[in-house]
Design a binder for this molecule. Sequence first.
Ligand SMILES: Cc1ncc(COP(=O)(O)O)c(C=O)c1O
Length: 431
Amino acid sequence: MQPSSIDRDAVAGIRTERIDWRFKGLPATTFGATLGEVAERGLDLFADGFVGPLVVLDSAALEHNLATMARWCAQRGVRLAPHGKTTMAPQLFQRQLDLGAWGMTAANASQLRVYRAFGVARVLLANQLLDPAALRWLAAELDADPGFAFSSWVDSVRGVELMTEALRAAAPSRPVDVLVELGAPGGRTGARDRATAVAVAEAVAASPVLRLAGVAGYEGALAHDASTGALSTVDLYVSDLRALTLTLADSGHFDGLTEVIVTAGGSAYFDQVAAAIAGPWPESLPVVPVLRSGAYVTHDDGFYRGISPFGRGAGDAPFRPALRAWAQVTSRPQPDLALLTIGKRDASFDEGLPEPQLLRGKDGTVSPLTDCRVTALNDQHAFLALDRANAVEVGDWIGLGLSHPCTVFDKWQLLPVVDGTVVVDLVRTYF
Ligand SMILES: Cc1ncc(COP(=O)(O)O)c(C=O)c1O
């Protein structure tokens, strides 16, 4: 099965958008110019009028992560449909697809619309899609483009009934592919056991507008660290996913299919997922194993640093953190406290707080920053607790690592891509 495609002209069109005050942090001198023009100016983050706080993408780290994951998947015999919700940045989708990604994963109908606006040809929607308006739109999209390959998940007989009802009214010219989602007790969505999943598959078989195209799951909802217990929970779960696939195959649910999608895998346990779904499978079962990692693109300085398989020695060069925030010390009201011009509107705070890493002083010299930590974020402020009273001064710039990536990107419509402090590109997001 070939890698998927994207409409390169539509992605190139992003560079024709004009910059103005709508985009946080950009220099006033760029207002009126296009993204493409500004990307080529070689602007410096600190010399050319950018205003803080800023979040930037490190070009080399980004390329390293993209290439490392693509190579690893190819070597392991698994496909990659990166979860695009991490970045919602079609320019990055294009890089992922150029490096061989099989498709893109979306979380909901609005994300799917963004993908389709940029001509993404193969999409997995990692949820049950029940909204009749969304299903009407989907039916029209499938009819308009025979090259559009789509599948969503189902985890209940009621869900299958609702999809069937809405799609019957919309009457698409081809059935909509669905994957039975297996969950586990204590998890998120997904049938809680194999018998329930089989009942859902049977309901799909009886639907005139749906086609069962495989099995799906998400181990990231079941485990949250790299403890032995967490790793064995994941192993158990992915072997259940395998067992469900074989059960459904044995009872003829995949007869006639040329491809059976088996998909799981975020950025925390993809090594274990790949080991389970890459095969071997019975010769008669044409499984296409698909990972859906998303956060790997930028990795991070917190949650994923602690949990990524490559950081735990699973075979390849570790991913590198590609996101960095820069904020200024705006106040030093007491010896052990500095306040930074960055808050919840700018940085993630759901999987750890920003990590102070670099100090850029008045003269522009950058040095490692130690003996301090961010203890809280308000909407527009970070509280930096200092062990040494003279560690930072009002006006200094602080470079911060972030965790986790998904909730950083949604705060920025435009992110400079940097080589050192020089801007080499601009990435647009669509949340
Ligand atoms: C269903 C599903 N698949 C894949 C992913 C991607 O995982 P990660 O963000 O760890 O790359 C997520 C992330 O939340 C998810 O919810």
